[in-house]
Write a protein that binds this ligand. Structure first.
Ligand code: NAD
Ligand code: LMR
Length: 338
């Protein structure tokens, strides 16, 4: 099944003939930030996007939109600055991508961002439940493990939750695993596909090298280090940027790849499979990252954990314990005023 994972492409599949919708209105929340700007650039270059709304609390956001609007692609770009414009920015969006919120500094965990970012996500989803409840939501904001449950609880309260349409974007973990395996095994990383399951922080990130395609052999004495490198790759970037934020460019690429695959599936293209952190009943926890088949309504099928070896099973057990706590924290936050 995983051999059918669709390779990433930032352009629409050329040979795919369709009478379906192939023009999407996309809103980026946090569009003026380190991820938001290059992500918006990649979306401006995507022919499936015909309207691009750039929203941020930063007052210069209309300037970012103006800058993008001079690029010679057909899509229309609009800028929205300040919370009072959030509803207009989201209004009837097909896809909403959310990299709004504070990034880590050296020494912080992703969970340390909860205090700042939980309310950012809650506010965006309270508004989205009115402005674009049927959109596909792609949440990049950390801690993803807790932010996705917050989003779902807010939508649930508004009676607007469709769990097939709410995604935590864990694509960067897959992109990194592909890159590191490619480097280690001397394979073009574009040809490699490593599913990564669990969640998006530290030990909750569980790369499944045994399921890599093409099949690769990781030497036993290198497996721990390679696993740790994928789990700690975000921290590697945070340290290297030395107080100037976390991964932005690789995340913009990953977010654009994910959004593109969402739109290809919405268009009716078959067999679009991506790993993502979603509401699921494939393990003992209520939210879990695994390969999901995307379709016209969002998640068409959750492919679950699949076959994993003993080493990966141990990683998964540790991940589930941590995930349980992260999820509960998000659920409690969303319901604390009840
Ligand atoms: P950044 O500080 O460069 O940009 C964040 C932007 O969000 C800023 O422009 C800021 O004005 C805006 N913002 C803050 N509060 C807002 C609100 N209430 N409404 C709208 N916009 C708001 O940070 P960044 O590097 O772009 O990272 C953004 C988030 O993405 C962080 O939480 C980071 O941890 C996360 N991240 C996730 C992944 C992933 O794999 N899922 C990867 C990298 C970063
Ligand atoms: C990443 O994996 O790069 C992001 O989650 C950002 C971070 O804080 O590490």
């Amino acid at each position: 099944m995983l051999s059918r994972i669709v390779r990433p492409t930032l352009t629409a599949a050329r040979n795919f003939s369709t009478s379906q919708q192939n023009n999407y209105k996309v809103t980026v929340c946090g569009a003026a930030g380190g991820i938001g700007q290059p992500l918006s650039l990649l979306l401006k270059l995507n022919p499936l996007v015909t309207e691009l709304n750039c929203y941020d609390i930063a007052p210069f956001t209309p300037g970012v939109a103006c800058d993008l609007s001079h690029i010679e692609t057909a899509s229309k770009v609009k800028g929205f600055a300040g919370q009072e414009s959030l509803k207009d920015a989201l209004n009837s969006a097909d896809v909403v991508v959310i990299p709004a919120g504070v990034p880590r500094k050296p020494g912080m965990t992703r969970d340390d961002l909860f205090g700042s970012n939980a309310s950012v996500v809650k506010t965006i989803f309270e508004c989205a439940s009115v402005a674009c409840p049927d959109a596909i939501f792609c949440i990049i904001t950390n801690p993803v493990n807790s932010c996705v449950p917050i989003a779902c609880e807010v939508l649930k309260k508004a009676n607007k939750l469709n769990p097939r349409r709410v995604f935590g974007v864990s694509t960067l973990d897959i992109v990194r695993a592909n890159t590191f395996v490619g480097e280690m095994c001397g394979v073009n990383p574009k040809e490699v596909n490593v599913p990564v399951i669990g969640g998006h922080s530290g030990i909750t990130i569980v790369p499944l090298f045994s399921r890599a395609t093409p099949k690769v052999t990781i030497p036993a004495d290198k497996l721990d280090a390679l696993t740790k490198r994928v789990q700690e790759a975000g921290t590697e970037v945070v340290k290297a940027k030395a107080g100037h934020g976390s991964a932005t460019l690789s995340m913009a690429y990953s977010g654009a790849r994910f959004a593109n695959n969402v739109m290809r599936a919405l268009m009716g293209e078959p067999d679009v499979i991506e790993c993502a952190y979603v509401m699921a009943d494939v393990t003992d926890v209520d939210y879990f990252a695994s390969p999901v088949k995307l379709g016209k309504c969002g998640i068409e099928q959750n492919c679950g954990v699949g076959d994993i070896n003993e080493y990966e099973t141990k990683l998964l057990c540790d991940a589930l314990e941590q995930l349980k706590r992260d999820i509960q924290k998000g659920v409690d936050f969303a319901n604390q005023d009840q």
